[in-house]
Design a protein around this ligand. Structure first.
Ligand SMILES: Nc1nc2c(ncn2[C@@H]2O[C@H](COP(=O)(O)OP(=O)(O)O)[C@@H](O)[C@H]2O)c(=O)[nH]1
Ligand SMILES: [Mg+2]
Length: 256
């Protein structure tokens, strides 16, 4: 399945963050049009309908699209594989290939939140991705590589592109990946923090290799999206920045 075709065929311009209650499921990697299980798409959100007993995917209450963005080689595909499968892929093979998307259901305060996480499938090698890619994203994880200063310098350009093409209320989080690579570090953690502050986005350093903060990054996104879509006067407002800052793990004793 080509991601480009799928996005085109939907013809939607912005994602919806309000979802109906109910339990549903979707077959990963298959066509996301209405299928034999009666699943439907509205504004890019997969709406749970009639769960099929023959499929082993997990049930869910809410579903959101999360996109991975950033220069080629920063670790987007590895981050996704680490989150989905708990494994790390070393070497260059994966960087030229990329994958389209993977689903993962998270339990957020007893609500099953499915994240459909999209990888750029290699398009970002040309320092740009199809603008349709951003269109129905509920959240964007913007990555740079702490061992590659250029990838950090390009964050501003990525943010400009995001602001131009993504929806206004898209959730953005900045991630400095490869935090494990202390010897090769070229971007200080403080520089990432400063940039994130300037743009008002939450920030953390991650490692697809060790798993540092990987679950947290996706959980924080899932919590924020869940709270936005289930606004209730009885629940205190969820504060994404505070949650990230309280849960984030550091990279050890030696900040460079
Ligand atoms: N040390 C280290 N290497 C990583 C990490 N994440 C990815 N890599 C390596 O960086 C290269 C590019 O990763 P990849 O996921 O393909 O980057 P992408 O082009 O952004 O999808 C690969 O050789 C990975 O093994 C990480 O957290 N730590
Ligand atoms: Mg990739």
């Amino acid at each position: 399945m080509s991601r480009k075709k799928t996005l085109k065929s939907k013809g939607q311009t912005s994602p919806s963050t309000t979802l109906p209650a109910g339990r549903g499921k979707e077959q990963e990697g298959k066509s996301r049009k209405i299928n034999s299980s009666g699943q439907a798409l509205i504004n890019g959100v997969i709406l749970p309908n009639r769960p099929s007993l023959s499929n082993s995917s997990e049930f869910y209450d809410l579903a959101f699209k999360v996109m991975l963005v950033g220069d080629s080689g920063v670790g987007k595909t590895c981050l996704l594989v680490r989150f989905k499968d708990g494994a790390f892929l070393a070497g260059s093979f994966i960087s030229t290939v990329g994958i389209d998307f993977r689903n993962k259901v998270l339990n957020v305060d007893d609500v099953k939140v499915k994240l459909q996480i999209w990888d750029t499938a290699g398009q970002e090698r040309f320092r740009s991705v199809t603008h349709a890619y951003y269109r129905d994203a509920h959240a964007l994880l913007l990555l740079y590589d702490v061992t590659n200063k250029t990838s950090f310098d390009n964050i501003q350009a990525w943010l400009t592109e995001i602001h131009e093409y993504a929806t206004q209320d898209v959730v953005i989080m900045l991630l400095g990946n490869k935090a494990d690579a202390t010897q090769e570090r070229a971007v200080k953690k403080e520089a990432g923090e400063k940039l994130a502050k300037e743009y008002g986005v939450p920030f953390m350093e991650t490692s697809a290799k060790t798993g540092l903060n990987v679950e947290l990054a996706f959980m924080a996104i899932a919590k924020e999206l869940k709270h936005r879509s289930m606004k209730s006067p009885n629940h205190p407002k969820f504060k994404l920045h505070d949650y990230v800052n309280s849960e984030m793990k550091g990279t050890g004793c030696c900040r460079s």
